[in-house]
Design a protein around this ligand. Structure first.
Ligand code: AMP
Ligand code: MG
Length: 418
């Protein structure tokens, strides 16, 4: 483990004064500018780094291909061949992958070559075996054939010494192939981000327990914990806390000890029982963002003992949207990655929708027959719609009337990493 980066500043979520309803993009720009990587690095064998984030760029130790080689099974010789019929004597040797030949193939002679074999000295062009008649110690074929046909140049893919993967890259299986092929065996990566998840509310009971009238099952915690896991971070389950300052204080402190970031749900507005926002405000490092966003009432942002806290709304639909739109890119930066914009697709709407301009909206959506359909109800307590959906449709701040066939922005859950 190396040195830990400095803690986030106390005022890191402060919004410009006088702003009441913050446009989503402004809030995102602000978040982006205030956050930085907060975790340590470690050096791991390459095979253990899938899903980890590079803390230092990787540079190729070796070129790929390391030497010029043949792309096909056939016969190799030097130079282009003009049109017409040709007969060429064969040398005795054979070039196969993994075997280095010492001898030079004389001009006007050919050598048997197998796919992947390094080109022997004196060979820079290869003819396919299907295009050749093999005789006794010689081959016959028809030209023309271009100089360097059917060969691969040394370093045509990657040149030794060049950077192959940047800092902040979350390593994919394909990246491991690239790094291995270019001679690397370890990488300096960030330790995975630990994210604490905490539900608040007197009304909540654990799934599976008996629920009295008025009580509801905690739906956000399993959802958020699973989301963290899918993002490749380490979920830290901090359970449920009643609407009680002392209990919440203690639990937040425990969470700040165990995790790099805390996600709470519920109690984030300015009401009597909204203790998350009240506590963060008392701590002096709290901002209540009144976002021009639906669904998503105020989002409470603050620091608790140095750990950033995202106080998500209690409604599961709003909690999911705020987690995907705000917490996800923030977590990526804390974890060492670049700011992430989910890949979106423009598709025709299969629905009609009227809304107030000046507010961003996310609707639960999915694609059917190439068009984007939305869940019948926009109610933010409709958890079934979250599960029905396969993504979100993003309706721009300015839009006020979407008609069937209009292009809309669809973001599959998969684009968020779910
Ligand atoms: P709050 O933000 O605490 O006012 O909660 C808003 C709504 O979301 C209320 O109806 C809560 O009962 C509900 N809610 C809060 N937390 C959860 C949770 N973990 N699971 C399901 N519903 C919740
Ligand atoms: Mg509550």
């Amino acid at each position: 483990m190396t040195l830990k980066p400095p803690p986030l500043k106390n005022d890191c979520f402060a919004l410009p004064a006088g702003v009441h309803w913050t446009p989503v993009d402004d809030a995102l720009t602000l978040l982006r500018s205030r956050l930085h990587t907060v975790i340590e690095t470690e050096t791991l064998p390459l095979a253990q780094t899938a899903g980890r984030v590079l803390a230092e760029p990787l540079a190729a130790r070796r070129s790929n291909p390391p030497q010029a080689n043949t792309a096909v099974d056939g016969y190799g010789f030097s130079g282009a061949v003009p049109e017409g019929e040709h007969v060429m004597p064969l040398v005795q040797a054979r070039a196969a992958a993994g075997v280095a030949l010492e001898d030079t193939v004389p001009p006007g002679h050919a050598i048997r070559v197998l796919t992947g074999a390094a080109l022997p000295q004196g060979v820079d062009t290869v003819i396919l075996e299907e295009d050749v008649t093999l005789g006794d110690g010689e081959i016959a074929f028809r030209g023309p054939l271009k100089h360097r046909a059917n060969t691969r140049d040394a370093g045509e893919d990657v040149v030794a010494g060049h950077d192959i993967l940047p800092r902040g890259r979350r390593l994919t299986p394909a990246d491991l192939a690239l790094a291995s092929a270019t001679g690397l065996s370890e990488a300096v990566v960030y330790r995975p981000l630990r994210v604490a998840v905490l539900s608040t509310g007197d009304e909540l009971v654990e799934a599976g327990d008996t629920a009295a009238p008025g009580q509801i099952y905690d739906a956000n915690r399993p959802m958020l914990l699973a989301m963290i896991q899918r993002f490749g971070y380490v979920p830290v389950d901090m359970g449920r806390v009643p609407d009680d300052r002392a209990a919440l204080t203690e639990r937040l402190s425990m969470a700040a000890d165990k995790a790099d970031l805390i996600l709470t749900s519920g109690g984030a507005s300015a009401g009597d029982e909204d203790h998350v926002s009240a506590l963060l405000r008392e701590g002096g490092a709290m901002q209540l963002w009144r976002l021009a966003l639906k669904p998503g009432r105020p989002l409470a942002l603050g620091l608790w003992n140095g750990a950033p806290v995202f106080g998500l709304p209690g409604n599961p639909v709003a909690a999911l949207v705020c987690a995907l739109i705000f917490a996800r890119p923030a977590m990526a930066v804390l974890a060492g990655m670049d700011w992430q914009r989910p890949q979106a697709f423009t598709l025709p709407a299969a629905f009609e929708k009227k809304k107030k301009p000046g507010r961003r909206e996310y609707l639960r959506a999915r694609i059917r027959d190439g068009r984007v359909e939305v869940f019948a109800s926009e109610g933010s307590g409709r958890i079934s719609g979250l599960s029905w959906a396969e993504g979100l449709v993003e309706i721009s701040d300015e839009a006020c009337h979407i008609r069937p066939g209009d292009p809309v922005t669809y973001i599959p859950y998969a684009s968020f990493g779910l």
